[in-house]
Each structure stands twice: as structure tokens, then as C-alpha cells.
Design a protein around this ligand. Structure first.
Ligand SMILES: N[C@@H](CCC(=O)N[C@@H](CS)C(=O)NCC(=O)O)C(=O)O
Length: 291
């Protein structure tokens, strides 16, 4: 219990504490003038390898794996801890200042797309993959995609924040969001008991959206200790699916794009070419520098 009594009008007086306190602001818009870099490919991705960012890079790698040369892309890191999302260039392509954002420069005019779900739908429709064009299967896929967009903020912003990042462990908040996170895992588990993939028998943008969040926690990669705390091993069908998706070569590549922390062999800060996965991960660059 705290003795905090909310004032009549909230004012922004001090950092709220916890990880990310230095980037949280109650106002939108740019903080500084800075143009975004542009590479040689039709698609430009501005992102970071958080679960939301991974969705976009994995989708692009899956499209390339299917032979869509038009899905070639340059991926640029947006270091959200350093405020890159508030540059004038980034705010121009995403007024919401959150990664990922995509610019399609393949047409006469550049097209900006923000919100990871919108990016998945845009790319799925552009290349005719991972989302049926019509019918019940499209409805099912979009239903699960939007389930993810609505549910993951409770897993990440709710459970993950209070379990891993908040400056103090607040039992009420952790209980509230652990309960909801477990309920969501159970929703997925029941679905995946009867269905190979989330939207049915085919791998789709629903899996692509859901895996980075729920697969990440199931595989104990997202918040240290969270897998054990939520007893994720009990969700056996989620575990089966999480491992199955994790084994896909395009997923192995996409999830390390714009990754700037962790094991150097799993950090690809910028992606401009398929060979970068072999030649330009941080362990390789550090070896070259040391020679
Ligand atoms: N609904 C958005 C959420 C994106 C989002 O929350 N991105 C986070 C990283 S996972 C971010 O950019 N945070 C920076 C900030 O809040 O300033 C989407 O799915 O694209």
C-alpha cells in the first residue's frame, strides 16, 4: 500500500522511475531535427528487435524466402532508449514515435506505414502471402492479428513492465497482469490444441504477429524469469508452436535484425543484404576489427 493521493490535475514533474523513464513524455511530436537514412532497396524499415519490431523483419525475411525479390529491404536501427523515435524524420513516418515503421519507395511516391499490424497487412497484400485475399480464412487471420494487437499491451506494457521494469515490485499490479497474461496464454493454448497454426492449417501473419510476444515469453527470452513465474510449460500446445516457429530459417534471421543488445552473434545492427547475416553480425565485425 502507498500513501499516494492523486492531485486534482496531473502534472509532469519528475521522471516516473524504472527502465524507459527517460524516454517517457506526455507530449507527442519531434524533439530534434534529424533526417532518416535511406538505402538502395525498395523497402526501408526503421526498427529495433523488440517483439513489435521483430514482426516486420520476420515478415520481410519470410517474403524473401518465398522468392519475392521486391521485398528486399534496408533495416535501420532506431535506438528508442536514446530517443531516435523523436527525430523529425521518424515522426514524419510515424507520428506516434514508436517502432517499427516502414517506407515503401517502390512506387512514384513513398508510402509510409506505421503500426506493426498495419505493416503486416500492407506487406501481405502487396505480395499476396500469409493472408488469404477473401473468405472465412481471411476473417480468422485478421481476428487473431487484431487479438494480438489488443492483447499484447497487457503482456508487455502491463505484465512485463511491472514484473521486469518498474522501480518497485507492486504486488497488486503484478497479480493483475500475471492473471491476464496467463488467461491469454490459455486462450492461445486451447486454440493451438486443435490447430497447427493460430489461424488454422496455414502459417499466416497471425503467427507472425503473435510469436514475437507469446513465443518470446514461452521461450523465456523476453523478461528474465517470466517463463517460470507464469509456468509457461503448462501451455504445452503454445510451447509446441513456439518451438516450431522458432525453427523457421526466416524467423531465425528476422528476429536478430536491428538487435543491438545481447549475444553479439545475435546482433545485426543494420541489414542491407542477405549476406549480412553471415558477415555483419557483431561477433563478425568485432573479429574483423580485432585483426
Ligand atoms: N502498437 C504499436 C506498438 C509499438 C511500440 O510500442 N513500440 C515500442 C517498442 S516495442 C516503442 O517504439 N517504444 C518507444 C517509445 O515508447 O518511446 C505497434 O504494434 O507497432
Amino acid at each position: 500500500m502507498t500513501d499516494y493521493v492523486p492531485p486534482k490535475v496531473w502534472t509532469w514533474e519528475q521522471p516516473s522511475g524504472g527502465q524507459f523513464a527517460n524516454i517517457n513524455r506526455p507530449i507527442a511530436g519531434p524533439t530534434h531535427e534529424q533526417a532518416l537514412p535511406v538505402g538502395k532497396h525498395p523497402l526501408q524499415l526503421y526498427s529495433l528487435a523488440t517483439p513489435n519490431g521483430q514482426k516486420a523483419a520476420i515478415m520481410l525475411e519470410e517474403l524473401l524466402a518465398k522468392g519475392h525479390g521486391g521485398a528486399e529491404y534496408d533495416a535501420w536501427p532506431i535506438r528508442i532508449g536514446e530517443g531516435d523515435q523523436f527525430s523529425s524524420g521518424f515522426v514524419d513516418i510515424n507520428p506516434n514515435s514508436k517502432i517499427p515503421a516502414l517506407v515503401d519507395r517502390s512506387g512514384a511516391e513513398p508510402v509510409r506505414v506505421f503500426e506493426s499490424g498495419a505493416i503486416l497487412v500492407y506487406l501481405a497484400e502487396k505480395f499476396g502471402e500469409f493472408l488469404p485475399a477473401a473468405g472465412p480464412q481471411r476473417a480468422e487471420t485478421l481476428s487473431w492479428l487484431f487479438w494480438q494487437m489488443g492483447s499484447a499491451p497487457f503482456l508487455g506494457g502491463g505484465f512485463g513492465h511491472f514484473f521486469a521494469y518498474a522501480p518497485e515490485k507492486i504486488e497488486y499490479a503484478i497479480n493483475r497482469y500475471a492473471m491476464e497474461a496467463k488467461r491469454q496464454f490459455d486462450v492461445l493454448n486451447r486454440r493451438l490444441k486443435d490447430s497447427e497454426y493460430v489461424a488454422g492449417g496455414e502459417y499466416s501473419i497471425a503467427d507472425l504477429a503473435i510469436w514475437p510476444w507469446y513465443g518470446g515469453v514461452a521461450l523465456n527470452r523476453t523478461y528474465e524469469g517470466a517463463g517460470e513465474f507464469l509456468a509457461v510449460h503448462e501451455y504445452e500446445h503454445v510451447m509446441r508452436w513456439a518451438k516450431q516457429i522458432d525453427a523457421r530459417p526466416a524467423v531465425k534471421r528476422g528476429r536478430i535484425v536491428n538487435k543491438v543488445t545481447g549475444d553479439p552473434s545475435e546482433q545485426l545492427h543494420e541489414r542491407h543484404d542477405a549476406s549480412d547475416f553471415e558477415l555483419r553480425t557483431q561477433d563478425r565485425l568485432e573479429t574483423v576489427e580485432a585483426v
